[in-house]
Design a protein around this ligand. Structure first.
Ligand code: GLU
Length: 292
């Protein structure tokens, strides 16, 4: 896989989804992202991943900006301060996702799927630990030969129609997707076995996480993606998307996940560890950092 040229100015990103209050686990991963950007004399981008209109709430966006600022994060590009690669709210980047879909369609990489499955429902959000989509059995794939005629992609006309179609990326079965992770070392996933044809666009006209994150990281010229280790299998899928779109892939650095006392990954439902709550309880960012 082509990766971005070493030596290019380091560009990192924080990519929170405003679906709840940020917690200590986010802060730790983001802190590592910020430290790596600073250590490399680079730029840190804040991208608001607000595509999931069913779960996202406007109040979480302002809370997110406030909590990040309080904790000591500083970004050079973002929804609040702009920058050369904007807009930085995903909800305003639809044209980028549509252009990528047209490219994937022209290259014969995607096909429409009429199966109604729960992985389609979930595809909007990044699949964190225990949420990875099951390997798609290929029911609709068989109807469309690779490189064949899949019909047109028109999210506006299909939305709300009885012939709703999701779009899936056809993975090269058996191909080993290998990459070197900056934190976790060498990684290897087998397409078609560790993950199957994944959703890139939902029947309700919303781009899926795997597509939007690749399109944006590429367009914003991110050189290193820092995020939680539960997204390693997503990275394998994303590398296929970079290749199909003819975009160089960034480097990856997946941080170990922060867990609660029972060993469960921190999620937005862990209100007791939300930055809001911890702050209200009188903790300072420095005290919180000392805890990890
Ligand atoms: N918005 C995604 C999340 O909150 C970003 C995942 C990623 O860093 O790619 O999980």
């Amino acid at each position: 896989m082509t990766q971005v040229t070493p030596g290019a100015t380091y560009r990192g990103r924080l990519a929170p989804s405003p679906t709840g209050y940020l917690h200590l686990g986010h802060a730790r991963t983001f802190w590592i992202a910020q430290q790596r950007a600073q250590a490399n004399g680079g730029v840190l981008v804040l991208r608001n991943e607000d595509l999931d209109a069913t779960r996202f709430k406007l109040e979480f966006v302002s809370a997110m900006l406030e909590d990040l600022g309080w904790f000591g994060f500083a970004w050079q590009e973002g929804p609040d301060c702009g920058g050369p690669f904007g807009p930085y709210n995903q909800s305003e980047r639809r044209e980028f996702y549509l252009a990528a879909m047209r490219k994937l369609l022209a290259g014969g990489f995607i096909y429409p799927c009429t199966c109604s499955r729960s992985d389609v429902r979930r595809a909007l959000a990044a699949p964190h630990q225990g949420e990875d989509e099951p390997v798609y059995p290929g029911t609709c794939r068989a109807k469309y030969k690779a490189g064949g005629k899949e019909g047109s992609f028109d999210p506006e006309s299909t939305s709300g129609s009885p012939h709703k179609r999701n779009w899936r990326f056809r993975v090269p079965d058996g191909e080993v997707i290998a990459f070197e992770d900056g934190a976790c070392g060498p990684q290897q996933f087998i397409a078609g076995k560790d993950f199957g044809d994944f959703v890139v666009w939902r029947h309700d006209g919303v781009p899926a996480y795997q597509l939007s994150v690749v399109v944006d990281d590429a367009a914003m010229q991110i050189t290193e993606v820092v995020r939680g280790a539960d997204l390693l299998p997503s990275t394998a899928r994303q590398l296929l998307l970079y290749r199909a779109l003819g975009a160089p892939a960034p480097q990856f650095y997946h941080c170990p996940l922060m867990t609660d006392e029972k060993g469960v990954r921190l999620a937005k439902r862990h209100d007791s560890l939300s930055l809001r709550r911890l702050r209200a309880e009188g903790n300072s960012p420095a005290q919180l950092r000392a805890r990890w």
